[in-house]
Ligand binder design. Structure first.
Ligand SMILES: [Zn+2]
Length: 556
């Protein structure tokens, strides 16, 4: 039995062993493949999940889930592993999961950036944004760089007494640091707050933040609105092996109908568009995206919002080259970025605006979060300030939030509870995909002349094209119905290959019964007239890249 727990993180070798264990234990339900190698040469694993007894994954609609492209967002790996474990262990027991794996496939990449996570999970951790490759330069610039200076396995904050500091202690809780008010007079007890770290070429006076040596952001590497001046963009789209491997895999799997990328943090599902307002989307896509978002909210408690409207770092800028944008804008599938975990919401702060909150918020919010830390974590998430003799700065204090396991990721004891509903939503997201099935196949004969009628239908909720965007970008082929005749049989009417456009699903239908257009827009019919001896076998096939391939042999 593959032994897995969801209250801890796994280093690369352990993660690999777990994935291989699953592949060995469930050979009919999953296969492990390497999509390529990371910068440091680690295999980037993708687990292909489907019931292989009902057909190969490539002939079924599929759903993509990845995690941990950002180095410290290790709970994203946990979410992906939880999804895999649920699919494998509940197959045959849970009706929805059984149907999902019988009819569809999942491609799960638990750790898209294995190198960066390995640094974050090291005994003496190193926190970087993404790839471990130095970029854009290979030598370190002067300044302060985050580091576990006292070697206790945590990267905290440094507190320095400074008469001109911007921070002071909270009057009700001396552990807590709050910003100095604009009119706080000089002479008070003020502090400067810096990340725990070391300063390269410190002159004893000037402290500047060094740009990170590992300046890549692998989630700015995708070929959508890509710009070299976007921070972390890299040399060209897909120039880094990790996003390059994902791009290649996805391009090779046109059966992918949707995606989720697990990240942290904020407790929110983010969706495109990033570049423009919601009204720039095709109308039906926006309606459907919002319906999917509502399902996400109901199942997970995370709000589902647009990046453009609700999740911007700079109101005048938009982020270029992100995975979810690429998936929707260019490939035309509904994609989500799931930002796991919100410490604010845990502390009872409901109405907060993700990024804006960090710019400004009431000090009561900090007290609430501290209270939550005392109640739920026995105060262990916040390290009370302790003296430390810093090699360059002399006497400083270390302390503050143990951010890795309080802000950036859920605390270990809450990890499983946090990621469990995200797996349910991923399964739902897969189940809504288009799905091609035979509606009716029959033949009639007059002498040696046979009329074959095949009707297929889309039994999924989404249309076969998935989005209007996919049609607009011309990335999705039409439904194709083929007949294959043996030697001696002759096609009197009909085509060997028939293209039948796209089939609708149910997502566009109105919920008011009187006005609902309930016509059979999800069906397509084709007829062939064949001259052949009785007993001749003909093969018919219906193929749609996003809705699957189905086959049947008819004995005339
Ligand atoms: Zn992230």
């Amino acid at each position: 039995m593959t032994d897995i727990r969801f209250d801890r993180y796994y280093r690369y070798d352990e993660l690999t062993a777990i994935l291989q264990g699953w592949a060995d234990e469930y050979p009919t339900l999953c296969r492990l493949e390497s999509m390529g190698q990371s910068f440091e040469g680690r295999d980037i694993w993708v687990l292909l999940l489907t019931n292989f007894d009902t057909g190969p994954d490539t002939e079924k609609p599929a759903y993509w889930a990845d995690g941990n492209i950002h180095a410290t967002e290790t709970s994203a790996s946990t979410a992906a592993l939880y999804l895999i474990n649920k699919l494998l262990t509940e197959y045959g027991r849970d009706e929805r999961i059984t149907y999902a794996l019988d009819s569809r496939a999942f491609y799960v990449v638990p750790r898209l950036n294995p190198d960066g996570a390995e640094w974050a999970l090291a005994d003496i951790p190193k926190f970087i944004r993404s790839s471990t490759r130095p970029y854009p330069r290979t030598d370190e610039l002067d300044g302060l760089r985050e580091e576990d200076v006292d070697g206790d396995g945590r990267i905290l904050q440094m507190r320095l007494r400074d008469p001109n500091g911007n921070w002071k202690t909270h009057p009700d809780d001396p552990r807590l640091m709050i910003p100095r008010a604009p009119d706080d007079l000089p002479g008070g007890e003020y502090y400067r707050l810096l990340p725990e770290g070391r300063i390269k070429n410190y002159d004893g006076v000037i402290i500047k933040m060094a740009p990170p040596l590992q300046g890549l952001d692998l989630n700015r590497q995708f070929p959508v609105f890509w710009e070299p001046n976007q921070q972390g963009a890299g040399h060209y789209p897909g120039s880094e092996p990790e996003p390059g491997a994902a791009m290649k895999f996805i391009a090779d799997h046109p059966n992918i109908t949707g995606s989720v990328s697990f990240h942290t943090f904020s407790g929110v599902y983010l969706r495109p568009p990033t570049k423009g307002a919601d009204d720039t989307l095709p109308t039906q896509d926006l309606f459907t995206y919002k319906k999917l978002g509502k399902l996400a909210e109901e199942m997970t408690g995370y709000p589902a919002v647009s990046v453009f409207h609700d999740f911007k770092y700079d109101p005048k800028e938009f982020i270029k080259g992100t995975f979810d944008d690429w998936m929707y804008e260019y490939l035309g599938v509904y994609s989500w970025t799931c930002e796991i975990w919100s410490i604010q919401r845990q502390a009872g702060i409901e109405e907060y605006k993700y990024i804006d909150w960090f710019r400004e918020h009431p000090a009561e919010d900090d007290l609430k979060i501290m209270q939550w830390n005392d109640d739920v974590l026995d105060g262990k998430g916040y390290i009370d300030w302790y003296e430390f003799d810093h090699p360059q700065l002399g006497q400083v204090e270390l302390g503050g939030w143990h951010t890795f396991e309080t802000w950036r990721n859920p605390p270990y004891q809450l990890l499983e509870k946090e990621v469990a509903p995200l797996a349910d939503y991923a399964i739902t997201s897969c189940l809504v995909s288009p799905k091609l099935e035979w509606y009716e196949v029959r033949h009639t004969a007059v002498g040696s002349v046979h009329t074959i009628r095949a009707v297929v239908h889309n039994t999924g909720w989404l249309p076969t094209n998935v989005t209007e965007q996919a049609t607009k970008m011309k990335v999705v082929r039409e439904l194709e119905l083929d007949i294959k005749l043996p030697a001696g049989a002759k096609l009197l009417s009909g085509e060997l290959k028939t293209m039948r456009g796209q089939l609708k699903g149910r997502d566009h239908k109105w919920q008011y019964a009187v006005w609902s257009d309930d016509s059979t827009t999800e069906r397509a019919k084709v007829e062939w007239v064949v001259e052949a001896e009785a007993g001749t076998e003909v093969a018919i096939t219906a193929v749609h890249p996003r809705a699957g391939a189905i086959r049947q042999t008819i004995t005339l």
